[in-house]
Design a protein around this ligand. Structure first.
Ligand code: PEP
Ligand code: MG
Length: 322
């Protein structure tokens, strides 16, 4: 039954359209993502290219992977996230030293900004792929404006080098950040001035906001996507993005749960990116909701005090509607 939804638009009954995109880990997932109706890639986790190799992949090897995805997905966009290593993403042979608290250690953009030569290789490969379709560059684990500015400086240096070498790339390539630290939520209006888009990484955002290790079963009962702190954080981020006129999407697991759709639509997210297999289910529920009732539901949910109350309320509402 779900295959019927593949070619239908992802819009509510009052015509609010959301781009449903796929999260990608390996290139060979592209045909399945297209089969399931993904209109582009909202998150390509490039760290998978770095896993199981003795040496980090070189520029040409990375370019081959990026260009294959971009060409296959064109004319839809492909958001390529720069290396997100560290924390629970362990890569052998990448000279990552032991850290007592890796989730708060040398992760993601922090690693790239320390290993600038590696970072430049990746940015060159991404920029070269941008000549072949609609590429968007996304930086993970941003906690302040200085980090974005440092990324943009390095990106500018790499662009000048490519230009001097006569290598083609898209000079207007869109730049965005993952919103996955509480600091990024708090200063979302400042960050919004620096970038073209936000993508909310709820997997990490929930872990850092609620101080709950996303991989620790002993505290998993506290890992609540509908905790009021999370709803309020999401609202702040979306309001900041809307006020600045930039796009805001979500690429954490929360985006793939149909039950949460009134919250996600109520917030005004432009894009939901998820495991491709979840797209048809999400689309089916989305096509039965309205933006107006979703906004009302979100407002009602934001008056409640606990994750359990919010979840029970949402469950009742959804059951009565669908
Ligand atoms: C996230 O944190 O929500 C996210 C999408 O990134 P990852 O799961 O790769 O950390
Ligand atoms: Mg993350």
């Amino acid at each position: 039954e779900l295959t019927r939804y593949r070619n239908l638009s992802a819009e509510t009954t009052d015509h609010y359209e959301v781009a449903l995109r796929a999260n990608l880990e390996i290139v060979s997932e592209v045909p399945a993502a297209q089969e399931d109706g993904a209109v582009g890639i909202g998150l390509y986790r490039t760290e998978f290219l770095y896993m199981n190799c003795k040496q980090p992949p070189g520029e040409d090897q990375q370019f081959a992977a990026y260009s294959e995805i971009v060409e296959r997905i064109s004319p839809h966009p492909v958001t390529i996230r720069t290396l997100d290593v560290g924390g629970d993403k362990f890569i052998q042979d990448m000279s990552l030293e032991h850290e007592d608290n890796p989730a708060m250690g040398l992760r993601a953009i922090r690693f790239s900004l320390r290993e600038v030569d590696l970072f430049k290789v990746q940015l060159r490969a991404i920029l070269r792929a941008s000549a072949l379709g609609q590429v968007r560059i996304m930086f993970p684990m941003i906690s302040g404006v200085a980090e974005i500015r440092a990324c943009k400086r390095i990106l500018r240096t790499v662009s000048v080098e490519l230009e001097q070498e006569g290598v083609l790339f898209d000079p207007q390539v869109k730049i965005g950040i993952m919103i996955e630290t509480p600091a990024a939520v708090m200063i979302a209006p400042l960050l919004a001035k620096e970038v073209d888009f936000f993508s909310i990484g709820t997997n990490d955002l929930i872990q850092y906001c609620l101080a709950v290790d996303r991989g620790n079963e002993h505290v998993s009962y506290l890992y609540e996507p509908l905790h009021p702190a999370i709803l309020w954080a999401l609202k702040q981020v979306c309001d900041a993005a809307n006020a600045a006129g930039i796009e805001v999407g979500m690429c954490g697991e929360m985006a793939s749960e149909p039950m949460y759709l009134p919250v996600l639509i109520g917030l005004g997210l432009d894009e939901l990116s998820m495991n491709h297999a979840c797209i048809p289910r999400v689309k089916r529920v989305l096509r039965n909701l309205t933006r107006t009732e979703s906004k009302d539901m979100l407002n009602a949910l934001m008056q409640l005090s606990t994750g359990k109350e919010i979840s029970a309320h949402l469950d009742r509402e959804m059951r009565s509607r669908l």
